[in-house]
Structure formats: structure tokens, C-alpha cells
Design a protein around this ligand. Structure first.
Ligand SMILES: Nc1ncnc2c1ncn2[C@@H]1O[C@H](COP(=O)(O)OP(=O)(O)OP(=O)(O)O)[C@@H](O)[C@H]1O
Ligand SMILES: [Mg+2]
Length: 317
């Protein structure tokens, strides 16, 4: 409804991860290059992690766009990891276009093995992509490990891309999954945007949506800085704030978004300003941890001294 008012061709801050709206920040570019080269160079196992709403699924869609350009690539794309090991294999086979219903796990693995070997012998690339991989159970992660073992003497037959929130890093770093961790060939991360990136992000999304390059900007510099403070540079939150700020500006028939409007929207969404004392808080926590550790050490020394005195007394006796 506000599109016509602001002379935009499309909604600039849509929440769906649409590659048309991709803004290539340095971090997103590096991560995309790492995923693409990991897959194309048959590295085997590639992992992308990042906070909620940092653009992981969007990046995967961009990756799929690039992979689709090559005829020798087939992929299975899984975005719901809450499956049993057999369902997991059934899903992968079906997505590769192979019959899977009613087959036992043994048959599924055999069929998948033949499929991968046949593609491998023709030097083709086969990829398994798992989004939301932080939800994968230990059982499924074990299946993933076994699948990553499918290889010839000189090539990995299945390229595996795991994508998820930071809990995935924690899982992969756990002692139980150290075998899986050792197989990761490429590991890359996405994070929040800094103030300059947030500015470029908002400007570019507005341009993609059809904002005239020479018209007066829809978001003032101060409004953008305020969006950065409330969103903490997380792209999904930036979108939510900007979309609602445009609606509020339209409702008030204002030609552009002001910092006040951004503040009003943030209040409606119960968002706090990223306080400049966040860093100080972390620092305070570190200091408290260090103090606690020091106290524990002092207690230990005191206890040791007691023990040593008791021993000396007993020796003397
Ligand atoms: N580099 C970018 N360019 C354009 N839009 C982006 C970019 N990064 C993120 N976004 C936008 O931010 C929103 C969230 O992105 P996405 O859904 O990919 O996040 P996510 O990391 O997968 O989140 P979750 O952890 O919740 O699955 C989407 O609207 C997406 O279009
Ligand atoms: Mg996602």
C-alpha cells in the first residue's frame, strides 16, 4: 500500500530470503565463495553457521542459483532435520529423484551408493544441503558422518553442506562428534552487519525495490543509524524495523523515515537499543570470572597449606 506513495516497484524489506534482493556484503560474499568452491572442488564437508536472521538461508538460495548454472550438479535440499535415520535417507533419495518408499535402510544406502558411484565415475558433482542443521539429532549427524565416508581413492562422492545457528558449532565442537568435526574441510560464518554495512544494506535494498537514485533518500542518515542501534545489525531485524517504519511514515504522510519513527517502531516491537555498555557488561563478566577463578585458587592454596601442615605435624610425631 505504501509502495505507490514512496514510488517503489516492490516491497524493499520483504522477509522471504529472495536472491533478487541479495546485498553482497564482504562477509556474505566470502561465505558464498567458500561454499561454492567447497562444493565445486569436492572438498567433501562444508559448514556455515550464523546467528538467527543473518542471511544463511538466503545464501543457500544464492548457492543453489549458482549450482543450477552447471548441468553436472545434482542436489538434495533438506530443511527439516527432525527425521528418523531411515526417513532422512528416504528424503535424500526422493530429492535426487530415486524411488525410496517402502525400502529398508540397507536398500536405501545401497541405492544411494550406486547413484553416487555412477555420477562420480562421470566426474559429476552431487550435493546434500541441510539447512537448520542445528536441529539434527546425534543419530542423523552420525548418518551424515557415514555418508561423508562415501569416496573413491581420489574423490569425495557426496558434497555435504551443513548450515545452522551457532548451536551447530557447539554440537560439532563436542567431544562425541569429534570424528565428524575432523572431516570438515571448509567452515565459514555469518554475523551482524556493522554500521556502514547496515547503511549500504538499507540503501541497496531500497534501490533494488526501485528507489530513484537521485531522489531524496527515504531514510535519513540518523534514521539509518537508529535502525542499526535497535537491530544490532541483524538483517532480519533491519527488515522488520524498516518495513514498519515505512508503513508508519506512510500513515503520517511523511516523505521519509525519521529517527523518531524508527524509535516508535522499535518500541512497538519491544526492541532495546544495542547499548554501548554491552561490551562493558562482557568485560565485567570476564573480570568477575577472573575474580572467581582467583578466589578458587586462593582457597586451593589455603587448603594445600593446611594439608602440608598436618602432614608435617604427623611426620614430627
Ligand atoms: N546479504 C543480504 N542481502 C539481502 N538480504 C539479506 C541479506 N542477509 C540477510 N538478508 C535478509 O534477512 C532476512 C533473514 O535472512 P535468512 O532467512 O536467510 O536468515 P537465516 O540466517 O537463515 O535465519 P534463521 O537462523 O532464522 O534461519 C531475509 O529477509 C533476507 O532476505
Ligand atoms: Mg534460515
Amino acid at each position: 500500500m505504501y509502495k505507490a506513495f514512496f514510488k517503489l516497484a516492490r516491497n524493499p524489506f520483504n522477509l522471504t530470503p529472495d536472491p533478487v534482493c541479495f546485498v553482497p556484503t564482504k562477509r556474505h560474499n566470502e561465505a558464498l565463495a567458500a561454499l561454492y568452491h567447497g562444493v565445486r572442488q569436492h572438498k567433501g564437508f562444508v559448514v556455515l553457521t550464523g546467528e538467527v536472521g543473518t542471511g544463511k538461508t538466503l545464501l543457500l538460495r544464492c548457492l543453489l542459483g549458482l549450482l543450477k548454472e552447471s548441468k553436472d550438479v545434482a542436489y538434495a535440499y533438506l530443511f527439516n532435520g527432525r527425521l528418523s535415520p531411515t526417513e532422512f535417507l528416504q528424503y535424500i533419495l526422493s530429492d535426487f529423484g530415486l524411488p525410496a518408499t517402502g525400502k529398508s535402510k540397507y536398500e536405501l544406502l545401497l541405492d544411494l551408493g550406486h547413484f553416487l558411484a555412477s555420477r562420480g565415475s562421470r566426474k559429476m558433482t552431487t550435493v546434500l544441503i541441510v539447512d537448520e542443521a542445528h536441529h539434527l539429532s546425534a543419530d542423523i549427524l552420525e548418518e551424515v558422518r557415514l555418508l561423508s565416508n562415501l569416496e573413491t581413492t581420489d574423490d569425495k562422492l557426496l558434497q555435504i553442506v551443513l548450515v545452522g545457528q551457532p548451536e551447530l558449532d557447539e554440537k560439532l565442537d563436542s567431544v562425541e562428534l569429534r570424528q565428524l568435526k575432523q572431516r570438515i574441510a571448509v567452515r565459514t560464518q555469518l554475523g551482524a552487519l556493522d554500521a556502514d554495512e547496515t547503511k549500504r544494506y538499507i540503501e541497496q535494498r531500497l534501490q533494488i525495490a526501485g528507489e530513484e537514485p537521485h531522489s531524496s533518500p527515504l531514510f535519513s542518515e540518523e534514521a539509518i543509524a537508529t535502525v542499526h542501534c535497535y537491530s544490532r545489525g541483524l538483517p532480519r531485524l533491519i527488515n522488520t524495523i524498516c518495513e514498519n517504519a515505512l508503513i508508519a511514515a506512510y500513515a503520517r504522510r511523511l516523505p521519509s523515515v525519521t529517527p523518531d519513527i524508527v524509535g516508535y517502531v522499535a518500541k512497538e516491537f519491544r526492541l532495546d537499543v544495542a547499548s554501548s555498555s554491552d561490551g562493558e557488561k562482557a568485560e565485567r563478566h570476564n573480570q568477575m570470572d577472573a575474580k572467581r577463578a582467583m578466589n578458587a585458587l586462593l582457597d586451593l592454596f589455603a587448603a594445600l597449606e593446611d594439608v602440608s601442615q598436618t602432614i608435617q605435624t604427623q611426620v614430627r610425631l
